[in-house]
Design a protein around this ligand. Structure first.
Ligand code: 5GP
Ligand code: ZN
Length: 114
């Protein structure tokens, strides 16, 4: 737990969020500013700043995040397609430095992204 981390506070239940999956190592909750009809963030419960740090700490934790995201796509019936994104670093738009996997779906997402 990092005291000044927004997502650590959501994991701890100190800040409310709409949780869609909760397992031993990961939490999945809806983005407060959704960019698609389904926009879920999957985070590790441990504080790690980005996806590369998750990989370095424990590759199986990265797999657990991916597995949680895939289960959410099943729950949300995203059979038409979905996008998984790790924004990594300020230059890529990362604003919360607790690793999170964006799951986007429920509309035609297009490619390349804007
Ligand atoms: P990033 O820009 O770091 O890749 O993504 C951070 C995401 O966290 C953004 O999509 C933003 O809308 C979301 N977010 C920021 N604050 C909150 C919050 O308090 N609750 C939830 N559920 N999402 C948040
Ligand atoms: Zn954190």
């Amino acid at each position: 737990m990092s005291d000044d981390c927004l997502f650590c506070k959501i994991v701890a239940g100190d800040i409310p969020a709409t949780v869609v999956r909760d397992d031993e190592r990961t939490l999945a909750f809806r983005d407060v500013n959704p960019q698609a009809p389904v926009h879920v963030l999957v985070v590790p419960k441990r504080h790690l700043p980005d996806a590369a740090a998750v990989l370095a700490d424990d590759p199986t934790l990265l797999s657990a995040m991916f597995a949680s995201a895939v289960k959410v796509t099943e729950d949300e019936k995203l059979g038409d397609g979905y996008r998984l994104v790790f924004n990594t670093g300020k230059g890529a738009g990362q604003t919360v430095f607790h690793a999170h996997l964006h799951l986007l779906g429920g509309r035609d997402l297009g490619w390349p992204p804007g």
